[in-house]
Design a protein around this ligand. Structure first.
Ligand code: UDP
Length: 327
C-alpha cells in the first residue's frame, strides 16, 4: 500500500482524511504535534509525533515511510487569534510549510495536496469568488495560507513539486459513523459551539455582529461536509497521480447561510432550545464568503452529496453526543 504523509492527521479534517485514504487503499501516516489534535483521532494508520518546525524530525519521517505524496492539513486556523498573534501564524503556518516542502523535495516526494482557505480572498463585496479571483486576505490566517500557495508555485517551478490546492469554505459535520469528528479545546467554531449550548456546556451563543450588510445582518458562510471535503482530497491525489498539472480548486457548495440561519437549522434538527445573545463583530471576519465556482465538480468529478445544512448538523450532533476525545 502507498504511504501518504498526512500532516495534522490527528486534527479535525486530517483525521477524516486518514479514514477515507484508508478506505481507498492507502496507508495514512499521521504527523501531528498534538497542539490542537488528539491522539485518539489517529485510528487508521501509524502515528508520528512531531512538529513541522523541526526539520530533522520531518527528515526522519520521510526516511522511514518514503511517502508517495503529502496531504498537508497541519495549521493554526483561528481567524480571531491570527489577528491578535500574526507572528504565531507566520511562524507556524508559513515556516512549518517551508520545512515540509523542502523535506519533501529532499526526499524526492513531489506530490502534495494542500489545505488553503477562502480567507485568502478576503472581503470582496458582491464579487463571485472563483479560483481566479484576486486574493486580499483580511487576517493573518488568510495571508499565511496565501503565502504558502505562492511558495508552492515557486517550488514547482524550481523543483517540479506538483500540488493541488483546495481553498476551503466552512467545513462542518462529522464522520457519519462517528469514529472521528470535530473537537477543539477551546472550541471556537459555530456549529460545535451551538451544540455545546444545547448540552449545557456553555450558557449561550454570542452572535458576532448583527450589522453586516446581509439580509439578516449576520455573516454568511458556505458550509461543506467534512466527508465531502476529504473525498475531494482523494480525487486531488488521483489528479496528481494521473500526471495532471498543479491546480487550485474551491471547495464550497455555492450556497451561503447566515449565522442566524445556522442557529435555526440546529434548533430544527435537534429540537432543542438555543440561547443566543448579540455581540460585536469579531476582528478579521468578512460579511460573506460563498464559493462562486464548481471547478472541482467539473474537473475532478467531485460530488458534494452530503453538504446539505441538515445533514451536516445531524452528523455533527451525532458525533457531539459521544463527548469528543480524552487524549
Ligand atoms: N460565529 C459567531 N459566534 C461564535 C462563533 C462564530 O457568530 O461564537 C460566526 C463567525 O463570526 C462567522 C461564522 O460564525 O461568521 C463562522 O465562524 P467559524 O469560527 O465557525 O468559522 P470561520 O468563518 O471563522 O472559518
Amino acid at each position: 500500500m502507498k504511504n501518504i504523509l498526512v500532516t495534522g492527521g490527528a486534527g479535525y479534517i486530517g483525521s477524516h482524511a486518514c479514514k477515507v485514504l484508508r478506505e481507498n487503499g492507502y496507508t495514512p501516516v499521521a504527523f501531528d504535534n498534538l497542539a490542537t489534535g488528539w491522539q485518539d483521532a489517529v485510528r487508521f494508520g501509524p502515528f508520528e509525533h512531531g512538529d513541522l518546525c523541526d526539520r530533522d524530525r520531518l527528515d526522519q519521517v520521510f526516511e522511514r515511510y518514503h511517502p508517495h505524496a503529502v496531504m498537508h492539513f497541519a495549521a493554526l486556523s483561528q481567524v480571531g487569534e491570527s489577528v491578535e498573534k500574526p507572528g504565531l501564524y507566520w511562524r507556524n503556518n508559513v515556516l512549518g510549510s517551508l520545512n515540509l516542502i523542502e523535506a519533501a523535495v529532499a526526499a524526492d516526494c513531489r506530490k502534495l495536496v494542500f489545505s488553503s482557505t477562502c480567507a485568502t480572498y478576503g472581503d470582496q463585496d458582491g464579487v463571485v469568488l472563483d479560483e481566479d479571483s484576486s486574493q486580499y486576505p483580511a487576517n493573518s490566517y488568510g495571508s499565511s495560507k496565501r503565502a504558502i500557495e505562492e511558495m508552492l508555485r515557486d517550488f514547482e517551478a524550481a523543483h517540479g513539486l506538483r500540488s493541488v490546492t483546495f481553498r476551503y469554505f466552512n467545513v462542518a459535520g462529522a464522520d457519519p459513523e462517528a469514529e472521528v469528528g470535530e473537537f477543539h479545546r477551546p472550541e471556537t467554531h459555530l456549529i460545535p459551539l451551538i451544540l455545546d449550548v444545547i448540552e449545557g456546556k456553555r450558557a449561550d451563543l454570542t452572535i458576532f455582529g448583527t450589522d453586516y450588510d446581509t439580509p439578516d445582518g449576520t455573516c454568511i458562510r458556505d458550509y461543506v461536509h467534512v466527508m465531502d471535503l476529504v473525498d475531494a482530497h482523494v480525487l486531488g491525489l488521483k489528479w496528481l497521480e494521473d500526471g495532471n498539472p498543479s491546480r487550485v480548486f474551491n471547495l464550497g457548495t455555492g450556497h451561503g447561510f447566515s449565522v442566524r440561519e445556522v442557529v435555526d437549522e440546529v434548533r430544527r434538527v435537534t429540537n432543542k432550545a438555543i440561547a443566543c445573545k448579540e455581540g460585536p463583530r469579531r476582528d478579521g471576519d468578512c460579511a460573506k464568503l460563498v464559493s462562486g465556482s464548481d471547478r472541482a465538480i467539473r474537473e475532478l468529478g467531485w460530488r458534494p452529496d452530503r453538504s446539505s445544512l441538515e445533514r451536516m448538523v445531524a452528523d455533527a450532533w451525532k458525533w457531539h453526543q459521544k463527548g469528543g476525545y480524552s487524549s
